[in-house]
Design a protein around this ligand. Structure first.
Ligand SMILES: Cc1ncc(COP(=O)(O)O)c(C=O)c1O
Length: 445
């Protein structure tokens, strides 16, 4: 340490050095909330309290915490092969995991490109889309279409096609050649709908307007979350995704589903593509791929996308893209163990079977103070609160703090409470989650 000015000792009790992501740092450091352990449905706080996890960490711990099979797979792999170069070299587990992933999906989703996060998956898919058209002699197709209120991570590609204002406004002009569809949140018509709302499929037709404006020959891809998560759970109107697919097909535009949240059983099916019966050209995923244990993401591509790159001479690199840790051995081991747990325990089916009970629990909050909408699909739920005049987000954040004090971890975005428990959740946990939220909402000013 070179100078006395270096004020901070490297101690776990010193919270200053870590600049926390998407966090009110000063609020947190004034009254920290620290987890030190987790098992199944519960976290243990540094004070030794148990907190029920109603958010699967950050939508990622789908099989619950501390799963022995994943722990052992990671321990064994790191001892056996800690790292292998990802470029021009390989190791068996990445291939095995890719095969297991494609088996989860219907149809010709035959190829997997590994990344380390959802944000990298999004940027990878956008790059593949542009390069795909170029490889087919349509290099003018570079424009990317996202959607208002969309969340596609925090890379420059992701925030450019994303539509959450606070994630965009601080970061300059971002990618050029991007346009946005309107969001599908029509509170006036769809409030308190159970499952998919009835109104709003026609909002997909806005893509026709965008095509008329820019011409299809300039558009590479449309990217949407099938169910928008981070903006506060927006369930797509009935027929909306199908219509988007039809318009993309009509104009030769690729469709990307960002399934970072909806992948791996969240809706009670493998992926949203299976749930809705609509096939995109590429799927981005992360989070539940390794049960949140080791960072890993992936882009799953249909056969035609991959094949378009494979007609160059055999010894050329087909795609100049990749990460040092693409298909990392330890992450691959975690991924394989995770997918085995999902299968052995039938967790996707479990989520489907519980979704009716979950739906009733979500909608049991109707009529509580300040609740202006309730939404649900699979094991996802949202409670939209009326913002306090002049103090947006304050009411929901207070609900979050109060629930935490009462032993339930919820998540808030704006004035919306978003819920996504591990798929091993039991009815008793669901009762506790909604009982606690109801108690808090009744007393919240
Ligand atoms: C739909 C979607 N895409 C991308 C991301 C970004 O993932 P990551 O935080 O792993 O970069 C998220 C994260 O919540 C997400 O919900």
């Amino acid at each position: 340490m070179s100078s006395a000015a270096r004020a901070f000792e490297p101690s776990p009790n010193n919270l200053e050095a870590f600049w926390m992501p998407f966090t009110a740092n000063r609020q947190f450091k004034g009254k920290p909330r620290l987890f030190v352990a987790a098992k199944d449905m519960h976290y243990t706080t540094i004070e030794g309290r148990q907190v029920l996890d109603a958010t699967a960490g950050l939508w990622c711990v789908n099989a619950g915490h501390g799963r022995k099979k994943i722990v052992e797979a990671v321990q064994q792999q790191i001892a056996k092969l800690d790292y292998a170069p990802a470029f021009q070299m390989g190791h068996p587990l990445a291939f095995e995991l890719a095969s297991k992933i494609v088996q989860l999906l219907p149809g010709d989703f035959d190829h997997v490109f590994f990344t380390n996060s959802g944000s990298e998956s999004v940027d990878t898919a956008l790059k593949i889309a542009i390069a795909y058209h170029r490889s087919r002699g349509q290099g003018a197709r570079q424009r990317l279409i996202g959607r208002e209120r969309g969340y596609h991570g925090v890379g420059f590609g992701g925030i450019s096609v994303g539509g959450i204002v606070s994630n965009r406004k601080f970061f300059g002009s971002m990618l050029s050649g991007v346009d946005h569809l309107p969001h599908t949140h029509i509170l006036a018509k769809n409030a308190f709908t159970r499952g998919e709302p009835n109104h709003g499929a026609e909002l997909a037709d806005e893509l026709e307007r965008i095509v008329t404006l820019h011409d299809a020959s300039t558009i590479a891809a449309v990217i949407v979350e099938p169910v928008a998560g981070s903006t506060g759970v927006l369930v797509p109107p009935k027929g909306y995704l199908k219509r988007l697919r039809e318009i993309c097909d009509k104009h030769g535009i690729l469709l990307i589903f960002d399934e970072v949240i909806t992948g791996f059983g969240r809706l009670g099916a493998s992926f949203a593509t299976e749930y809705f019966g609509v096939k995109p050209d590429m799927i981005t995923c992360a989070k539940g791929l390794t049960n949140g244990s080791i960072p890993m993401g992936a882009v799953i591509c249909r056969k035609g996308i991959y094949d378009a790159f494979m007609d160059a001479p055999d010894n050329t690199i087909e795609l100049f893209h990749g990460y040092t840790y693409s298909g990392h051995p330890v992450a691959s081991a975690a991924g394989i163990a995770t997918l085995e747990i999902y299968k052995e325990e039938g967790l996707f089916e479990r989520a489907r079977d519980l979704s009716g009970y979950w739906q009733d629990a979500v909608h049991s909050l109707k009529g509580l103070p300040n609740v202006i909408d309730l939404r649900n699909l699979g094991l996802v739920g949202a409670i939209e609160l009326e913002p306090r005049p002049g103090k947006p987000t304050a009411r929901a954040f207070e609900a979050f703090l109060n629930c935490y004090e009462k032993g339930v971890l919820i998540r808030t975005t704006g004035d919306i409470i978003a819920l996504s428990p591990p798929l091993i959740v039991e009815k008793g946990h669901i009762d506790q989650i909604f009982g606690t939220i109801a108690e808090v909402l009744k007393t919240l000013p």
